[in-house]
Design a protein around this ligand. Structure first.
Ligand code: NAD
Length: 438
């Protein structure tokens, strides 16, 4: 960190001129992101002059995705791809299929990708995509048609050197395979590097499926060590039991922790002595949710947040950890597996209660880090072993976490502000060095 001047210059925080398509009053993920940028602005020194760059996406594409349904009718879905910042390299970020996807949400998710990629030191800008759809209502063929049409529509801005999508909520290696195939068909060649998170036989990387959950575990372990919390016997509560939450729960259980509570979109479970995570994972594979799992007590609605635990892992959607939930948690540490799970007011409560928050932009960066490995392997057509991948992942995350921890101590700020300080300095320096065109 070169720029550590803490100035009260009000121009820094008030520079935002609202974008016309954003509701300034909304308690949305985009507003959460803007509040996070406002908190880091005083630590950016002379680079703060460029901070407005962080407050607006470079490019946002809205696409119509019409598909023929199996019954012969035609339905239209709304799709998005947002490239928030490309100063440090091609865009990188996942694609989400969810009925509540909005442009604002995708903008926030793309901005968090800018910060995450820079915080970890990956040579990417930030991007994200999504379709407003409930994929559970589509047949496999309908899902394939929708994915292919969406890929064609955003094909004008994605590419191995332009912007590289990956899986996010409700998308998986099969969806990535369809995206890779569609893009390749359209350019008349094979472009494995256009998406990451692909199946292994199509240029995917070993270790990618578990990488985000593994990153949550690695950064959580590093944080626990620093606050003197032993993982062996620690009680863990996880919201979201998908790609991120399910794997994180598995790895904490393997390290001797007790996963005492789990919540997903189908309900909540509690077991004071620890759930059998392997059996719960097998159940979720079959039942597509935790509901119906035996050997645990049911946990109603908001009770999840008040469960006795040492580590709380929100790994579902944004805005879940509200101010009142932050007051109720008994955790000593929050590991943000999800993107943007903690509202700014909740952040303040957690800080005042002395609860450590390991922010999303470092905590869940394991996925994009192994996506980067996949992209590099695709370019060289030379593939690494899983041990090699996990060792490189561990090295990058442990190093990035240590740098952010040291910055937090130096600036006397929470880890989130420290991560933003490290990342925004990198993004804005690249911005300044590239210069303003024309
Ligand atoms: P997923 O689709 O595999 O799982 C999502 C989980 O969230 C499911 O268990 C679902 O039941 C649960 N959920 C959905 N709505 C819920 C609600 N209202 N209450 C409680 N639980 C709910 O998705 P994922 O890939 O695990 O992503 C989860 C989060 O992690 C998202 O915020 C995503 O952006 C973030 N993330 C994912 C990756 C990745 O590589 N997949 C990488 C970084 C960050």
């Amino acid at each position: 960190m070169k720029y550590v001047t803490n100035t009260n210059d009000s121009r820094l925080a008030s520079a935002q001129e609202h974008l016309s398509y954003i509701d300034p009053a909304a308690d949305s993920p985009w507003q959460t992101y803007l509040a996070q940028v406002d908190r880091v602005a005083p630590y950016l020194g002379p680079l703060a002059r460029w901070a407005e760059t962080l407050r607006r996406p470079k490019r946002a594409l809205i696409v119509d995705v019409p598909i023929e349904m199996d019954d012969g009718s035609v339905r239209h879905f709304e799709g998005f791809r947002v490239q928030h910042n490309l100063s440090r390299g091609p865009g990188k970020g996942g694609v989400r299929y969810h009925p509540e996807v909005t442009l604002e949400e995708v903008m926030a998710l793309s901005a968090w990708m800018t910060v995450k990629n820079a915080a970890v030191g990956l040579p990417y800008g930030g991007a994200k995509g999504g379709i407003r759809v409930d994929p559970a209502q589509l047949s496999r063929k309908e899902l394939e048609r929708m994915t292919r049409r969406y890929t064609s529509e955003i094909g004008i801005i994605i590419g191995p050197q332009q912007d590289i999508p990956a899986p996010d909520v409700n998308t998986n290696p099969q969806v990535m395979a369809w995206m890779m195939d569609t893009y390749s068909m359209n350019i008349g060649g094979t472009a494995t590097g256009v998406v990451t998170g692909k199946p292994i036989q199509l240029g995917g990387s070993l270790g990618r499926v578990k990488a985000t959950g593994r990153g949550v575990f690695v950064t959580g372990r590093e944080a626990a060590r620093r606050i003197g919390l032993k993982l062996d016997g620690a009680r863990v509560a996880v919201q979201g039991f998908g790609n991120v939450g399910g794997v994180a729960a598995e790895l904490f259980a393997e390290a001797g922790a007790k996963v005492v509570a789990v919540q997903d979109h189908t309900g909540g479970l509690h077991h004071a002595d620890g759930l059998d995570v392997a059996r719960l994972s097998a159940h979720v594979q079959e039942a597509h949710g935790i509901a119906g799992f035996r050997d645990a007590d049911l946990l109603g609605g908001d009770d999840f947040w008040a469960v006795d635990c040492d580590i709380l892992i929100p790994a579902a959607l944004e805005g879940q950890l509200t101010e009142s939930r932050a007051r109720r948690t008994t955790a000593k540490m929050v590991l943000e597996g999800a993107n943007g799970p903690t509202l700014p007011a909740a952040d303040d409560v957690l800080q005042s209660r002395g609860i450590l928050v390991v922010p999303d932009v470092i905590c869940n960066a394991g996925g994009v880090t192994v996506s980067y490995f996949e992209w590099v392997q695709d370019f060289s057509s030379f593939f690494w072993s899983e041990d090699e991948i996990n060792a490189r992942l561990e090295k990058i995350l442990v190093g990035a976490f240590a740098a952010i921890w040291d910055t937090a101590e130096k600036l006397k700020v929470p880890l989130r502000t420290a991560a933003f300080a490290v990342a925004c300095e990198r993004v804005l320096e690249a911005r300044v060095e590239r210069g303003l065109y024309p």
